[in-house]
Design a protein around this ligand. Structure first.
Ligand SMILES: Cc1cc2nc3c(=O)[nH]c(=O)nc-3n(C[C@H](O)[C@H](O)[C@H](O)COP(=O)(O)OP(=O)(O)OC[C@H]3O[C@@H](n4cnc5c(N)ncnc54)[C@H](O)[C@@H]3O)c2cc1C
Length: 502
């Protein structure tokens, strides 16, 4: 048995994956008295957490917390037990205090005030049709301070966590992917197999293993098998290739929420050097989205920024393909030569690769990412539709703008403006913030086996088996990494020490 192999290292708690969930779990387990080791597969840790915005939704009035739980449970459409949502909300309300204990401070963030030209749509209560109607939510993020100086929200949180991990001397083995969880004859988790310096090593965990391996945003086979929109790209860390899914299956875990994801409509540049894409915001009214047939398909001004997958995963039985993937952004010169279309506030390309979208889009026009068509005929050639189809769509959209009403999709009048030539075009794909699927967990962050019982000493947190199934309420993933990361760390540290097999 693998547990009979001499361990190359023995600790109380092994944490697999060093993003916000892993960092929080490690810190909590350490502060509860456990000896902890973090294993991270990439040379540079941080995962999606580092490149995130790390916005977190809160009830404006704390007394509304039970109503938030009721609402979130409705959003998950019975795919998550209410007790897990209650646990989340209870932990969420403790998050501000927890950040303060680390030397950080949350502040309210109103994106419409920070930059009123941003057009992407993030209603604080994403699904306003779901009761309770009198629930008011606000976004908060970690304030930029001398202690947390990074320009983007996720980088602030991640560096704050990393600073505490270093201060406490918690070892982090980077470039060390976990390959498998090891269980003994009785089913107890005894540690993990990992690849260290090209060698398979066994690391013994006396108390528990916490899996925080992130999602499968860059695993083409898993995405094709499980997710609705096909193909679908991502905005975050290319290290998230879903290794943990196989690890969880081999450890006997039940999987859940494998179909769920949060995505926006964005742009992925051509070429192998671009694994991740960019989120976009179109700031002026002269624009529309069309599908491959040259037809509008959505109220462009109210496409919620995390549910693009829902708008694009429509399979066209006539053409027998996803006729909205790719879709096309058609816009006027005011947009194309105006403020940056690419968002410089998050993503792997911006935070890790250091790409800054140019202030007037000129760099991206020169690169051919934004193409120009001087006529309807040229536009039709660019997007590969018959000229009369796209011509008619343009004429219809422009006439709605002049009439001041969009009977097709109900786009608000202030967001409607005719699009005059030259036309500027970008190819759009659904691009994920993250996937949600992975091992099922319970309120104590224990991984649940296919027999419906917790796998002894195995815990999980973060987007690796997130509690968010079905649709996604904006800005709940990051706070979940902290809430369930804390629970996983606490409970792993509190598990009884495993007596070594002789
Ligand atoms: C651009 C962007 C913006 C976002 N904005 C928001 C937001 O504003 N609000 C919000 O709520 N959510 C947001 N999200 C989502 C949120 O940031 C993530 O869901 C969250 O950070 C996930 O944290 P995690 O620790 O679970 O995973 P990650 O941070 O992705 O960490 C997982 C880690 O595990 C490592 N790993 C993988 N496999 C192995 C293995 N076999 N062995 C060892 N290590 C492994 C990975 O390399 C990675 O470092 C955003 C995401 C992106 C990409």
């Amino acid at each position: 048995m693998a547990s009979m192999i001499a361990p190359s290292r023995e600790v109380d708690v092994v944490v697999a994956g060093y993003g916000a969930a892993g960092g929080t779990a490690a810190l909590t387990a350490h502060d509860a008295g456990a000896e902890v080791l973090i294993l991270e597969k990439l040379d540079q840790p941080g995962g999606n957490s580092l490149v995130s915005s790390a916005m977190m939704i809160f009830p404006t009035d704390p007394s509304q917390a039970p109503r938030l739980a009721e609402y979130l449970h409705r959003v998950t459409c019975e795919t998550t037990d209410r007790s897990l949502i209650d646990t989340f909300v209870e932990g969420l309300m403790k998050n501000p205090e927890w950040f303060e204990s680390l030397g950080g401070e949350l502040e309210t963030y109103d994106y419409t005030k920070v930059d009123p030209t941003i057009s992407y749509y993030i209603p604080n209560k994403t699904f306003y049709a779901i009761p309770p109607m009198d629930l008011t939510l606000e976004l908060r993020h970690l304030k930029q301070t001398a202690r947390c100086p990074q320009p983007t929200g996720g980088a602030r949180v991640w560096h704050l966590l990393d600073g505490h991990i270093r201060k406490r001397g918690i070892p982090v083995w980077t470039g060390t992917p976990v390959l498998d969880v090891v269980r003994d004859r009785d089913g107890e988790v005894t540690g993990v197999m990992a690849l260290r310096n090209k060698e398979r090593v066994f690391i013994r965990a006396r108390r528990g293993v916490v899996l925080t391996c992130g999602g499968f945003e860059y695993n083409e086979a898993l995405k094709w098998q499980y997710l609705g929109p096909k193909p679908i790209g991502a905005l975050g860390s290319p290290g998230n290739t879903g290794d943990g899914i196989g690890i969880a299956i081999r450890a006997g875990a039940d999987l859940w929420h494998m179909y769920a994801e949060a995505s926006t409509l964005g742009f992925r540049p051509p070429g192998d050097e671009w694994q991740a894409g960019f989120a976009l915001t179109v700031r002026r009214p002269g624009f529309m989205y069309v599908d491959k047939l040259g037809q509008r398909f959505v109220n462009e001004a109210r496409l919620e920024a995390h549910n693009a997958g829902v708008a694009t995963a429509v399979f066209n039985l006539q053409t027998y393909d996803f006729s909205r993937i790719p879709a096309y952004l058609i816009m006027d010169g005011e947009n194309a030569h105006g403020k940056p279309l690419g968002m410089n506030i998050f993503s792997y390309n911006v935070v890790v690769k250091g790409y800054q979208w140019s202030a007037d889009n000129s760099k991206e026009i020169a690169a051919g990412w934004i193409k120009v068509a001087r006529s309807v005929a040229e536009l039709a050639r660019l997007i590969g539709t018959p000229e009369d189809a796209i011509g008619e769509t343009l004429m219809r959209y422009n006439s709605h703008c002049l009439a001041g009403v969009d009977p097709d999709f109900g786009r608000p009048i202030e967001t409607l403006k005719p699009i005059e030539p030259p036309y500027y075009v970008m190819v759009l794909h659904p691009l994920m913030y993250n996937t949600q699927g992975g091992p099922r967990r319970d309120c104590e962050a224990r991984v649940i086996g296919t027999d419906g019982r917790p796998i002894p000493r195995l815990f999980a947190a973060g987007e690796f088996g997130s509690i968010w199934g079905f649709r996604y309420q904006t800005s709940t993933n990051f706070s979940e990494t902290i809430v369930y990361g804390r629970l996983a760390g606490q409970n792993a540290a509190a598990a009884k020490v495993l007596v070594a097999a002789v």
